[in-house]
Write a protein that binds this ligand. Sequence first.
Ligand code: IPD
Length: 260
Amino acid sequence: MADVLMNLRFSVACAIAREAGQLIRTRFLARDDALNFKFKGPQDYLTETDGEVEQLIAARLSASFPDDAFFGEESGGEVGDSVWIVDPIDGTADFARGVPYFCVSIAFVLRGKTEIGVLYDPMSDELFAARRGHGATVNGQPIKVSTIAEIRQSVVELGWSSRVPFERSAKVLEKLHALGAGVKRRGSGALGIAYVAMGRQDAYCELHINSWDAAAAVLLVEEAGGWVNEFLTKECLTQGNQVIVCTPGLRGWLENILNV
Ligand code: IPD
């Protein structure tokens, strides 16, 4: 019975991610939010579409699963034993500035463990989905992390935000460069982590990221055979945490490098 309900949650989450993604795509192509964004904090963008999409996702989830709690980036909420953690648009800065690199992120967390992780990138039409113990897929095709184990051969994405003093992130950046990693930084932590799950890059790290940005994507990496730090602690749900995801062979390197 519990498994039937989890299967239902999984397929409903995939359908909602696609529906929400279509709405984001429509707004993006119409450029409704062009030059019409606000800031929640330093470099922390907000558009009307963020709120609109979060409301849509919350309404759909509560109609299907009225007993589950909801916690979203824009409206907050309750963190219960069974809770949906949602980022309506991860990569809002790019969305607001007309750059087509962002996604919807939906995670289902049961007693502190992520059971379902779904991301949808409406511009590339890629649905990333994972269920604990059932593997990870992109548009239904199984995915795996890469086999890279040498830092000199790796592509590592390092995210940062004004939530952490830049000197700390700069130290990590310096160490990565010194060891010969190919360092990237794009505008969506969720997609950056998903790209590790499918081998487009070998690691993603950030000294602080919020649960709504990373909870769903981290499960993709676990289910695709990668290594993930103890990300989703109790405090992380509401306060965020450091995140490191990588191929199993890069774990030692990255744990050392992030130790700043
Ligand atoms: C941000 C993005 C960014 C990451 C930040 C996040 P938002 O989320 O994921 O890549 O580096 O830590 O806050 O604001 O686009 O939802």
